[in-house]
Design a protein around this ligand. Sequence first.
Ligand code: URA
Length: 239
Amino acid sequence: MHLERLLQSQGFGSRKICRLRIEAGDVCVNGTLCRDPQAEFGTAGLAFEIDGETWTYAEHVYLALHKPAGFECTHQPQHHRSVYTLLPPPLVRRGVQSVGRLDADTTGLLLFSDDGRFIHAMASPKRRVAKHYRATLKHAFDNTLPKQLLEGVLLTGESAPLAALSAQQMDAHTLALSVDQGKYHQVKRMVAAAGNRVEALHRAGFGALSLEGGSLPALAPGDCCHLSENHLILLGYRR
Ligand code: URA
């Protein structure tokens, strides 16, 4: 692929902008300065440096973000900042989108990609990918809560009850809950339907990926990392 086209595909601006950056001497490829926008490179494993940062060519990107509270999962946020401000700008320009959404006040694991097939596979109700949450409850835990959530609660606008995959007390005000659907405000609505109220919500895991279990590098709130092939296998997206 021509270098200017290659940089454009990786989110570094229009073809013209990429050409000017290359001609200005801003780009090294595999460790060597290249000022020729038309220079041809094979893309597999190609490393290039721009603005002092090294990037590896990737046909698609897959990211995990530890979402902090106070960010909206949209490009045009209304009341808070956008989660997209937390991602490297070239990856946003490539068009990465979140896999589903978390509420502005929810923290935890959120995946992104520019691979539409991946987003669809991870978000599709048919795949039933488990999402693992920790909810801080307003009222002290009562023993009927897990039973109600596991048996299913009927939410307004739904034709059938929604049941949790698992629901466990962690302490007097903390519930660990896993669900495999992705309805709007699902956890908060399920807990409300079972007679309590979620005061804070954290997504600890998505499928086999966990912010706490060592399957991902340690991510502080606001940090993101690339998913490896192994992560994609763990998610059932690759073999
Ligand atoms: N369920 C909710 O209620 N909110 C979220 O952000 C995610 C799941």
